[in-house]
Design a protein around this ligand. Structure first.
Ligand SMILES: CC(C)(COP(=O)(O)OP(=O)(O)OC[C@H]1O[C@@H](n2cnc3c(N)ncnc32)[C@H](O)[C@@H]1OP(=O)(O)O)[C@@H](O)C(=O)NCCC(=O)NCCS
Length: 161
């Protein structure tokens, strides 16, 4: 992936990772995340092209954990233009990313997706990923936090002035 691919990758991601299809708030596709990843992990950000046009991407990073000798390759975002689905684009991106992770001495590769994302789950299983671990996301409404209540009063006062 090069600097010139950024906008095409961003647009494709926006098309693929919509709020409805990607209901969790915890991991969202936005330009800041894409730019930060490209800036710090450009070596493991890949695109697939057909006739000069970006048709897929795989964005990953190598992670090291303190007190753990193992290195991990984490595939953060994988997407393929819908017209190209089932055309082995993702398979080829994953294969290349895996080679890059192995070259950087990663011993385990991690991926994550929403449990309801059947296509991605089927794809990852087909690629040999297993040992799914469930993760629970919790949330708490902060509207009643004293600072938020105060802020609402401040806003009302400002409107009245
Ligand atoms: C998941 C995704 C990346 C797969 O890309 P792809 O290029 O279509 O995948 P491939 O053609 O390499 O698929 C290889 C195998 O994976 C499995 N697979 C892929 N898509 C599937 C689907 N829609 N339904 C069932 N199995 C599927 C199949 O076993 C397939 O082999 P087959 O076609 O011989 O049956 C693509 O569907 C996508 O971009 N989805 C939206 C974004 C997303 O969810 N990303 C993953 C989380 S970050």
């Amino acid at each position: 992936m090069t600097l010139a691919d950024l906008s095409a990758v961003f647009e494709l991601g926006q098309q693929l990772f919509t709020a409805e299809e990607w209901p969790t708030l915890y991991r969202g596709w936005d330009e800041h995340e894409l730019l930060a990843l490209f800036h710090s992990e450009g070596e493991t950000c890949l695109v697939a092209e057909a006739e000069g046009r970006v048709v897929g991407f795989a964005l990953g990073r190598v992670m090291e954990k303190p007190r753990n000798a193992w290195r991990y390759g984490w595939l953060l975002w994988l997407g393929v233009r819908p017209e190209f689905h089932r055309g082995r684009v993702a398979t080829r991106l994953l294969r290349r990313l895996t080679e890059l992770f192995v070259a950087r001495e990663a011993r385990i590769m991690l991926v994550d997706t929403d449990e309801q994302n059947r296509h991605a789950v089927a794809f990852f299983k087909r690629q040999g990923f297993g040992q799914a671990v469930r993760h629970v996301y919790l949330s708490r409404n902060l509207d009643d936090h004293p600072r938020n209540i105060e802020r609402r009063f401040e806003d009302t006062d400002a409107e009245d002035d």
